[in-house]
Design a binder for this molecule. Structure first.
Ligand code: FE2
Length: 423
């Protein structure tokens, strides 16, 4: 396959991409076409590496309304609701919903997902279901699983044993939820236990951390401390970190350098936290997203995650990482050109580094995985939630969609409209 005349996210235009043996063999202007090769004209549109979601819950996805909806809209009611649903789950239904979500993801050019999977069910039903799904989708989607003790690794009596069993079964990453433990001290202790477990097994860590409006929630500080102490730098992620939104500025001025020193990664989940947080506020209502531009400015790897799609915590969504980027951009007021491009990176290259994906990126030798978007650049892609014209995995087209357009019937106006800026 030879892609002609693509624009890349870094602004290079007129780029050809030659694919051979599932990898990018060459990339540059005016590449010679080997005889008999399939040629696709990108016509100046944006060719991006695939979208990556650094934070998702595939065991809960598409369960909206089961057994009822979240009336208060809070995180805590969502956790309680998930607890009501868990005994009713079946492996077949979990697999079916996860596979359906993976179809949606692929159609939207989302080809790598880190999903948390709840281990606080002694049957480990969801773990077994998602391990099965990971295997089933591996040719077209990288699914990385996090052993997530939803009910608290100390608060739930069998959670730690279950979490270890899940890792033994092949779950990839150690999770946690220190802000849901019974006390702040237990939360800190859970971080220590889980980081030591990960260090002992040579695994990465990704914890739900300080997902509250409590300005005094301090678990990310503890996470950075144990990351440093155990030599886990660059392998640990703090997810959500919403309390940082509400923290005192002086304390944050001390905290962020500590996170940078530990090379901690951060994942914000804008769609979810703009709806879950601030529910106890009257007015003004806090936005409840962590301090994304400040973390980025400190050199911390920051990604935006989708977190939830139609589950006990969130009633909308559809695997569109451009929607996630757009919400993150708005909530963080990241409106300069450079910041908008950084929001695109936060759903592509940044999460790829956080997940440690091998062979990711548009360069010779990398996997031939990419998405052709109906947009001229990353900012336009976010603005338009651009159509994924082609989705390619290892050099094979695995999804395609017709260009978005509308037909007009207006006197003196063009018959066809699309929403790209005409220059
Ligand atoms: Fe989450």
């Amino acid at each position: 396959m030879l892609i002609r005349h693509a624009t890349l996210p870094d602004g290079r235009t007129g780029i050809d991409v030659l694919v051979q043996g599932g990898r990018i063999a060459a990339l540059g202007p005016n590449l010679p076409a080997p005889a008999g090769i399939e040629t696709i004209d990108a016509a100046g549109q944006l060719l991006s590496p695939p979208f990556v979601d650094a934070h998702f819950h595939m065991d809960a996805t598409l369960s909206y309304g089961l057994p009822r909806v979240n009336a208060s809209g809070t995180l805590l009611e969502g956790i309680a609701l998930w607890g009501e649903l868990k005994p009713q789950l079946t492996q077949d239904a979990l697999v079916e919903r996860a596979l359906q979500y993976c179809d949606w993801a692929v159609a939207r050019g989302l080809l790598a997902i880190r999903s948390h999977v709840d281990v606080c069910d002694d049957r480990l039903l969801a773990v077994e279901a998602l391990l099965h799904v990971r295997e089933k989708v591996k040719d077209y989607l990288d699914l990385q699983l996090v052993a997530f003790p939803q009910d608290g690794v100390l608060r739930s009596p069998t959670a730690l044993a279950n979490l270890k069993r899940a890792l033994d079964l092949g779950v990839d990453v150690v999770g946690g939820i220190p802000h849901f433990e019974r006390t702040m001290a237990d939360g800190a202790e859970s971080v220590r236990i889980l980081c030591e477990l990960a260090a002992g097994r040579g695994l990465r860590v990704d914890m739900h951390c300080d997902e509250s409006d409590d300005p005094l929630s301090r678990h990310v500080e503890t996470l950075a401390f144990h990351t440093q102490r155990l030599g886990l730098q660059g392998r640990v992620t703090g997810s959500h970190l919403t309390s940082m939104h509400s923290m005192d500025n002086y304390y944050v001025s001390k905290l962020i350098p500590l996170l940078a020193e530990a090379r901690l990664h951060a994942v914000a989940n804008p769609l979810i936290n703009i709806t879950l947080q601030g529910r106890h506020d009257s007015y003004p209502k806090r936005r409840g997203m962590t301090r994304v531009p400040e973390l980025m400015a400190a050199g911390i790897e920051v990604a935006f995650g989708h977190d939830c799609v139609m589950d006990p915590w969130y009633s909308l969504g559809g695997g569109d990482m451009l929607e996630v980027a757009a919400m993150g951009l708005h909530v963080a007021q990241m409106t300069s050109q450079a910041q908008m491009r950084a929001c695109f990176d936060a759903v592509t290259v940044n999460p790829a580094r956080i997940l440690g994906l091998a062979g990711y990126g548009l360069e010779p030798g990398a996997n031939a995985d990419f998405v052709l978007l109906q947009a001229g650049d990353p900012v336009e892609a976010i603005r338009l939630r651009a159509t994924r014209l082609l989705v390619v995995r290892r050099g094979r087209v695995i999804a395609r969609a017709p260009a978005a357009a509308a037909t007009l019937a207006l006197p003196g106006r063009p018959a066809r409209v699309d929403w790209r800026l005409q220059r």
